[in-house]
Ligand binder design. Structure first.
Ligand SMILES: [Zn+2]
Length: 393
């Protein structure tokens, strides 16, 4: 899409720029959008657009910024369908199940890992995701973590080093020795392929002091922190995320008033992952309380083979609206600009002049249908600017 292209006859356009249109989403009806060299060059009413050579008639469809999936675990092999079936029969989810995927991932070839990643990346794109983050965390040796991140960095710039996912079996009873490796030699090998550093700070994984050690080592190596926090029980993870100025505290299922106040007063986005609660039949996070306190929320898939094996941002939006009391506008915002903020990106998640031309059209007249028509694939078309745009921001 290098020539100038005009998208015309857009029924409703989510710009996420309140200066361009109505409300939180900056909504424009009967809208048009012009794209040049992978960037948005004009946004407005269809009646005001200057005719260009290439024209696409959207015939009244809704258009949004491409979804930004700011939390996924795509570097793995195998699946755990049997574990899901057992859990749905009454067993409780515990973090230890990750070790099964670790064994399968270590046994996989580079080609198998890459093919699984490409398959999931293609699924994400078909479901309207134009930017996704992915973590390591199923290798848990220096060589396996570094190879996962090397492969991941060939398809996304949003790569996260998650050596501190769980303590691997060979370090059973010696978690501090493993933390030393994660914050030392493993970090040295992984940092060149990573933008972010993350820790699973929760029951059955790493405590707050261990998580702080890993995150600060990552910061010293030039990575930016994000954190799995407060998914399985209340703990100090969210406070740690705010303390280290993490871009995002992810899950946020068990929060007290102090956690909510801390998030609202910080630059740390609360990334909610309702696919995990859905697939583990757990209580959803209290999105309404977070929003009412002034916190910023991102919605993401948490795509992983254990607790949330979905690539559907539309499903996340539907759950957020139905069960987490977010409005359809808030959920659409959190799945686009909220995700961009969780990745500290200003070039995606919105459709205003200069934004990347990452665009989704729906087989529906408005974004409300994403929640109103749950389980229906409404994605009409996905436009994605090249990974390295020709025109600088
Ligand atoms: Zn996760």
């Amino acid at each position: 899409m290098n020539e100038t292209t005009a998208l015309l006859n857009i029924g409703s356009l989510v710009t996420n720029d309140p200066e361009l249109g109505e409300g939180l989403l900056g909504l424009i009806t009967d809208a048009a959008l012009v794209i040049e060299e992978g960037r948005v060059s004009w946004v407005g009413r269809s009646s005001d657009v200057t005719p260009t050579t290439a024209v696409i008639d959207l015939e009244g469809r809704a258009v949004l910024p491409g979804f930004v999936d700011s939390h996924a675990h795509l570097m793995f092999a195998g699946d755990r369908a049997d574990e899901f079936a057992a859990r749905m029969s009454g067993e409780r989810y515990a973090a230890g199940g990750i070790r099964r995927t670790v064994a399968a991932t270590r046994a996989a070839t580079d080609e198998q890992l890459a093919e699984n990643l490409w398959r999931l990346a293609a699924e994400l794109r078909r479901s309207g995701v134009t930017t996704f983050e992915t973590k390591s965390g199923y290798g848990l040796t220096t060589i396996d973590e570094a190879r996962a991140l090397g492969i991941a960095s060939s398809v996304t710039q949003e790569t996260t080093y998650l050596g501190a996912h769980v303590v691997p079996a060979e370090f059973e009873g010696r978690p501090d020795d493993y933390v030393e490796l994660v914050a030392g030699a493993m970090l040295d090998s992984c940092a060149p392929h990573s933008k972010w550093i993350d820790v699973f700070c929760d029951r059955g994984a790493f405590d707050v002091d261990q998580a702080r050690t890993v995150l600060l080592a990552g910061v010293a190596a030039g990575l930016v922190p994000r954190l799995h926090a407060n998914q399985l029980q209340h703990g100090g993870g969210v406070q740690l995320a705010v303390e280290v100025d993490a871009a995002s505290a992810d899950h946020c299922t068990y929060l007290d008033d102090l956690d909510i106040e801390a998030l609202a007063a910080s630059n740390t986005v609360a990334t909610l992952l309702p696919g995990a609660e859905f697939s583990t039949r757990s209580p959803y996070p209290d999105a309404r309380r977070l929003l009412d306190a002034g916190a910023t929320i991102a919605l993401a898939t948490d795509c992983n083979p254990g607790s949330s094996y979905t690539t559907s941002m539309s499903l996340m939006i539907a759950i957020a609206v139905r069960d987490m009391r977010m409005t359809p506008d808030e959920a659409a915002w959190s799945a686009t600009l909220g995700g961009a903020k969780a990745l500290r990106r200003s070039d995606i998640g919105r459709l205003s002049v200069g934004s990347r031309a990452d665009i989704v059209s729906l087989n529906a007249p408005s974004h409300i249908h994403l929640a109103y028509r749950p389980g229906v694939d409404l994605i009409h078309r996905v436009w994605q600017a090249p990974l390295t745009p020709k025109v600088a921001a």
